[in-house]
Design a protein around this ligand. Structure first.
Ligand SMILES: *[C@@H]1O[C@H](CO)[C@@H](O)[C@H](O)[C@H]1NC(C)=O
Ligand SMILES: *[C@@H]1O[C@H](CO)[C@@H](O)[C@H](O)[C@H]1NC(C)=O
Ligand SMILES: *[C@@H]1O[C@H](CO)[C@@H](O)[C@H](O)[C@H]1NC(C)=O
Ligand SMILES: [Zn+2]
Length: 434
């Protein structure tokens, strides 16, 4: 509540923050493609070699880790698909966005925390935007339509105009999360090495230039920090002629008769709920069933993946090696690229860039986990974070004032003085705003 008071009186102490995600932008996509705007942003700010997304490396789980600082087993959005093992019902990515109880499972996204501490927030198309958390939604929002052309650059610019021109400039919001559905879709359809992918990376690059120009046009350059990152990377799927596909129904000793509920045919991950008494036999049948299939009992999933302890996770968890996807009865997946693999695989790593008044210039930093972006964002906004799995220590060296002792001391003294002023003048300020 002290932060609320400080924000009320001195809105200029903390800068505004724009968090942008380009879905599936792999860490090395800028390597042999001309990206003048991303290069300029790196010179003007901070670039990480890469960031490690949480497992499962797919869209809704990873974005919710970005918004909460929690690993997937600690926030509960375990998959893009919402499901009920009793009724067999499944809701796909878009429909699942509207299931409040799915998202509101104990972790608050940063918008709600910021709003409770007196800030104004917005979100455009970002996963999690449609849901209500403990009765609250993000202040200003635009939820993505069910059918949407994710690659339309004109549409991207209209959305950027809205966020910068209306939300930050006119409505004076403090924090906005902004989502773009590419280059993920092109990476799936044509593969990470395709010409189409290269063109989409250049579209992203033009867009980054457009965003920074807009910010400049609205005189926000010195008052707004920008973080640009992604939820996961993209790996090439090996063509049929090179490999033996992973099709569970073809594995000797395994039968779907023993399965009560399955989540399969969604890329390289899978989950099974065996019928009563069948757990051990299903596990034994699948284990060793394919040289590129990893089979775990839920509690034996490696601890580093943080994908083991949530009640929504089913008793058997399947993981394919990079290049492979898992199918149930027949091959149903024909993507040239996919994600959802072990987050140790280099192709799953995402990019990270930041620029703004609080970031150092021309600084390249070592890789870190995506969950550490959350405490960084809370620090930048001057809000108290919720319990989370991130550590500010992993990211704060990117900042201009990163804990220098003298600055720290001066800040403490300044803050004590500020606390006094805040106590005295908060009521006056509150009255005048009311
Ligand atoms: C699944 O459906 C059953 C039966 O309608 C219901 O009792 C249960 O609460 C549902 N579970 C979830 C997670 O929605
Ligand atoms: C999260 O969801 C699980 C299962 O869907 C439920 O058992 C648990 O109580 C929920 N936790 C919170 C804090 O909402
Ligand atoms: C792209 O978006 C603009 C603005 O909404 C629209 O006018 C145009 O028809 C769209 N183009 C395509 C190919 O969908
Ligand atoms: Zn994604």
């Amino acid at each position: 509540d002290l932060t609320k008071r400080i924000h009320c009186i001195l809105p200029a102490v903390f800068k505004k923050l724009l968090l942008i995600s380009f879905d599936g932008f792999r860490w090395d996509y800028d390597r042999d493609i001309e990206t003048p705007n991303l290069d300029k942003m790196a010179r003007d700010g901070v670039k990480a070699l890469y960031v490690t997304p949480p497992f499962l490396t797919i869209t809704s789980p990873a974005h919710f880790s970005l918004l909460t600082g929690n690993y997937v087993e600690n926030h509960g959005v375990i998959h893009n698909i919402w499901f009920n093992t009793t009724t067999q019902e499944k809701k796909q990515y878009h429909a699942a966005q509207f299931v409040d109880s799915y998202w509101d499972n104990g972790s608050l996204p940063i918008w709600i925390t910021a709003q409770r501490q007196g800030l104004k927030t917005g979100s455009l198309h970002f996963p999690g935007t449609a849901a209500t958390y403990k009765g609250e939604t993000v202040n200003v929002r635009q939820v993505e339509p069910a059918i949407y052309n994710h690659g339309n650059e004109t549409e991207w610019r209209l959305n950027i105009d809205k966020v910068i021109g209306e939300w930050f400039h006119q409505q004076d919001l403090d924090f906005v999360s902004l989502y773009f559905g590419e280059p993920d879709l092109v990476g799936h359809k044509f593969g990470p090495d395709s010409l189409e992918l290269r063109e989409m990376v250049q579209q992203v690059d033009r867009t980054v230039g457009y965003i920074r120009d807009k910010i400049h046009d609205h005189a926000l350059t010195d008052r707004l920090n920008i973080i640009i990152t992604a939820d996961h990377g993209m790996a090439k799927i090996l063509p049929d002629k090179q490999i033996q596909r992973i099709i569970l129904s073809k594995i000797p000793g395994f039968s779907f008769k023993d399965i009560q509920f399955q989540l399969l045919d969604y890329g390289p991950g899978g989950m099974l709920l065996p019928k009563k008494g069948k757990l051990e036999s299903v596990y034994q049948a699948l284990k060793g069933g394919h040289p590129h299939l990893h089979v775990y009992k839920k509690e034996d999933v490696p601890a580093r993946l943080h994908y083991s302890s949530h009640p929504r996770l089913l008793p058997i968890i399947l993981m394919a090696d990079p290049g492979y996807v898992i199918s149930g009865f027949f091959p149903l997946q024909f993507n040239k690229g996919d994600h959802g693999f072990d987050n140790e695989a280099m192709d799953m790593k995402a990019f990270f860039r930041a620029v703004g008044p609080d970031f150092q210039k021309n600084l390249m930093v070592d890789p870190f986990d995506l969950v550490n972006v959350y405490p960084l964002m809370c620090h930048l906004l001057g809000i108290k974070p919720e319990r989370n799995d991130g550590h500010l220590d992993k990211t704060k060296h990117m900042l201009v004032h990163n804990g220098n002792v003298l600055i720290g001391l001066a800040t403490v003294i300044g803050l004590l003085a500020l606390v006094f002023i805040v106590m005295v003048s908060y009521n006056k300020c509150k009255r005048s705003k009311a």
